[in-house]
Write a protein that binds this ligand. Structure first.
Ligand SMILES: Nc1ncnc2c1ncn2[C@@H]1O[C@H](COP(=O)(O)OS(=O)(=O)O)[C@@H](OP(=O)(O)O)[C@H]1O
Length: 356
């Protein structure tokens, strides 16, 4: 149904519930622009906590979740616009269900960045800052080759096929089980599932956190879990999916979705640091054009699944920016080799592989 708001503002605006804690959850994804979005939301009165990634719903019990939000926001103070911007929520095995139980009327915002760019950005961030215990001692190219070997091994092939072909909820379970297999595979030696990727085992030490760049690019599997849990046609405007590239090009693509409700009472003005962008990428984050193309081809079916899901979500009241009909954006068009950037003098290598 087209509402008056939609006629005035394009895709429409988000709806916020005074009782919801948090009012808004920015659930993903890492390197999708969530830091800058958090800053812009804080400037508009969202916040109450200077910590962006509260991860309160990572806690298992209802009481722990409540205490975490109470500590962050002081829940005795009503009328605040609160935000929990934790990008890892999108993938978390339990958070969607916890959110539905703890605060079903929280508004959900997901920012999705074209997967190839996100992978390079994330690897580069971890490698150059060294802040996180994820293994970046091998170049990204090698890491991805190991992942492809693992995901096409005899032991994982059936699960990967189920992942690409199952219904939403089944696929989410398969994804979680594969992620945990990668976890144990990379943490311990001699696991049968790792046979084909023996080098992978040798590469990791038990102290480093294993991470699958490939599995974390299957956005739609997780998004389906979230939409099944939190999107209801009777509550339009409570779920938005915004493409990071649209936000990067013009932040109003996101900010125009947000109208501050009348009931809002500002408790304190936050002084959050502005997000930093446009990092130089290190050589270790570079990929060969052929691997970049392999990745793109691997992601083509998930892209089509995402696109059809966005249509369904939109018909159920979700806001999707840019619309699936807007030409020239990554979730609406097939990628080919012309979308893999590389300087002419370094034909086989690309530092930032994705280009328009
Ligand atoms: N407004 C704007 N314009 C252009 N680019 C932008 C913008 N906001 C964020 N970015 C880019 O987003 C990447 C950082 O994303 P996140 O803030 O989500 O990172 S984090 O997960 O919170 O660490 C990081 O990407 P890379 O530079 O490619 O690493 C930022 O450059």
């Amino acid at each position: 149904m087209i509402t008056l708001r939609m006629l005035c503002f394009g895709v429409g605006q988000l709806a916020f519930d005074k009782e919801a804690v948090p009012t808004l959850a920015l659930i993903g994804i890492d390197k999708g622009g969530t830091s800058e979005a958090f800053v812009q939301l804080a400037l508009r009165g969202f916040g109450a906590s200077e910590t962006k990634e509260l991860c309160c719903l990572c806690r298992a019990s209802f009481l722990q979740v409540y205490r975490c939000y109470d500590e962050a926001f002081n829940l005795s103070f009503t009328g605040q616009l609160t935000v929990d911007a934790t990008p890892r929520y999108l993938y978390h095995h339990a958070v969607a269900d916890r959110m539905a139980a703890f605060s079903p009327s929280t508004t959900i915002l997901v920012m999705l960045r074209e997967p190839l760019s996100r992978i390079q950005s994330l690897y580069n961030h971890w490698q150059t800052t060294g802040k996180i215990a994820v293994n970046t001692s091998i170049p990204l190219q090698e890491h991805l080759q190991l992942e492809f070997a693992f995901l096409s091994s005899k032991e994982t092939r059936a699960s990967v096929s189920a992942l690409f072909n199952s219904s939403s909820v089944d696929a989410f379970e398969v994804l979680q089980s594969l992620r945990s297999r990668i976890h144990s595979c990379t943490r311990s030696m001699g696991i049968a599932a790792c046979t084909k990727a023996r080098h992978w085992q040798d590469t990791y030490k038990s102290s480093v956190r294993p991470y699958s760049y490939l599995l974390s690019s299957l956005y739609d599997v997780c998004l389906r879990k979230w939409s099944t849990t939190m999107l209801h046609p009777s509550r339009p405007g409570k779920f938005a999916v915004v493409q990071s590239e649209a936000f990067f090009a013009n932040e109003s693509h996101l900010l125009d979705l947000i109208e501050i409700p009348d009931w809002h009472v500002q408790r304190k003005q936050l002084h959050v640091n502005k997000g930093d962008f446009h990092h130089e990428y290190s050589d270790a984050a570079a990929l060969s054009r052929s691997l970049a193309m392999r990745l793109r081809n691997w992601l083509e079916k998930p892209r089509l699944s995402l696109l059809s899901h966005l249509h369904e979500m939109s018909s159920m009241g979700a806001l999707v920016v840019p619309s699936m009909h807007t030409a020239g954006n990554w979730w609406a068009k097939k990628w080919d080799s012309s979308h893999i950037c590389a300087p002419p003098e370094a034909d086989s290598i690309c530092r930032k592989c994705a280009c328009k």
